[in-house]
Design a protein around this ligand. Sequence first.
Ligand code: OFO
Length: 165
Amino acid sequence: MKMNETVAVALNRQINSELNASYTYLSMAAYFDSIELPGFAAWFRGHSKEEIEHGMRIYDFIVKRDSRVELEGIDKPQLNFDSPTAALETALAKEKEVTAQINALFELAHEEKEYSTQNMLHWFLEEQIEEEDLFRSILEKVKAAEGNRWHMLVLDGELGKGIAN
Ligand code: OFO
């Protein structure tokens, strides 16, 4: 069955939001590369890729539901941050913003009786719990290490190897 039009517009907007998040995290990777923390940079690069995958999940769903994918422009991301802590705080705030968007989408799908969209969004609801938890835990580690270059390098090494996640 063809998707409800209002829901299709909102899902297209969410593709854009996921791709914007991808670009934001890629910009954070570039920031960490610029301050010689390649482990953080690799971690953000990986996360940037994940956001593209999130966008593509919705893209594929729209196509399967015989609706039209309509891409919009990507905003210029923030380039610099006052500190690694500030970057992680911005990233966590971004994830909270995405959680609010997914919740609103779920509510809309419910109102419009878009049952299969609700079903598809269950994955995102679960994912946002994981994402917020992950970003919060990295933020706590960064806060504890910041101000001590050696501790930051140890954390950087762990993130680069995927140990600190
Ligand atoms: Fe990191 O969040 Fe997408 O959905």
